[in-house]
Design a protein around this ligand. Structure first.
Ligand SMILES: [Zn+2]
Length: 336
């Protein structure tokens, strides 16, 4: 999808004007949708849906039930980066979300992501019958489309009947070794912390924001680090799902009140933790595995169609330059 930069900047100005009016006019004239964050849902976003300006709300919004969730970094990381360096930066990116204070309550957001230590597994998968890991993988060769513009990809697996996330795996595009780990980002560098902070938003269940200033907006400008910091829109998004450690905001078809009791602070992945990839691969799962039951919530199905349908992959892309490789357009900015 392409979008002229001129239009982008106009819309940004409009958003700022809207905020200014809201402050002056007071709460009685606030627009219903002050924020622009969007939640990922159980339905795939239809092709050609205008994600830069609207939230897709079909299906059930996703959420992690437990107050704590674990993640693990593949110990191989990438050739020009040590595991220690990658761990420090990835932990910072997740902590940015976990340390958020929700304005409505004045308390910390109701979910914490814990690093469970490095793992051997380097595959995106979920085992509905055995132990798992929520893995973060560096890809030295990007196995998907658009390797020059896609910076990261997060695949979330969930229960289609409730929207509860049961697994999330993050892939980071290390092609060309342009990922950078310093506080000062070289002009052509891709700031790892910025990219992981954005992908962590997907990990928690947020979709792309329509606010161009937000970390969850689907574009990154090389040489910048601004996505490391959450905007008020990102904070409103995470707090809308996890207002505190006892509650998750869910669809009213899941529970009439729309508020589901949270689970405990137990970051163990579904069905236990494993370092290895001894889980079923996505292709195997999609052939008809119909288990996926989680005894804690009595859902007896939900992964019936496997990861192909019951997962969402969301990517962040860099803003496309003037002309690059086989890019289909020039002089325009591309967004996922
Ligand atoms: Zn994204």
């Amino acid at each position: 999808m392409v979008w002229p930069w001129r239009t982008h900047t106009r819309r940004r100005a409009w958003f700022k004007a809207l905020v200014a009016v809201a402050i002056i006019a007071g709460p009685f004239t606030l627009p219903r949708q002050t924020y622009a964050f969007c939640r990922t849902t159980t339905d795939p976003i239809p092709e050609n849906f205008p994600v830069l300006t609207q939230c897709y709300t079909g299906g059930l919004p996703l959420f992690w039930r437990n107050a704590c969730v674990g993640y693990s970094i593949n110990r191989s990381v990438t050739s020009n980066m040590t595991l220690d360096t990658a761990t420090t930066i990835i932990d910072k990116a997740f902590a940015t979300w976990s340390n958020t204070t929700c304005p409505a309550s004045g308390d910390k957001v109701g979910i914490t992501a814990d690093d469970l230590g490095p793992v051997d597994c380097d595959e995106v998968n979920f085992n509905p019958n055995g132990p798992n890991q929520n893995v973060i993988i560096f890809r030295d060769s990007w196995p998907y489309n658009d390797p020059y513009n896609t910076l990261g990809l997060t695949t979330v697996t969930f229960n289609v009947n409730t929207g509860e996330i049961v697994d999330a795996d993050m892939e980071l595009n290390a092609t060309g070794a342009k990922l950078t780990t310093t506080d000062s980002v070289p002009s052509t560098g891709y700031d790892l912390q910025s990219i992981v902070t954005h992908e962590a938003g997907h990990f928690f269940g947020l979709a792309h924001s329509t606010n161009p200033d937000a970390t969850m907006y689907p574009a990154y400008t090389p040489g910048t680090s601004s996505l490391r910091e959450l905007t008020s829109d990102d904070i409103a998004g995470i707090c809308s799902i996890y207002p505190d450690v006892t509650e998750r905001t869910v669809d009213t078809s899941v529970i009439a009140s729309g508020i589901l009791a949270a689970g405990p602070c137990d970051p163990t992945p579904k069905h236990g933790f494993t370092s290895s990839c001894d889980a079923a691969s996505p292709s195997e799962s999609s052939k008809g595995c119909s288990v996926g039951a989680t005894s804690s919530n009595s859902q007896s199905s939900g992964f019936a169609l496997g990861l192909v349908l019951a997962s969402v992959a969301a990517a962040i892309r860099r803003r496309m330059g003037q002309t690059r490789g086989s890019a289909p357009t020039t002089n325009q900015n591309a967004y996922s």
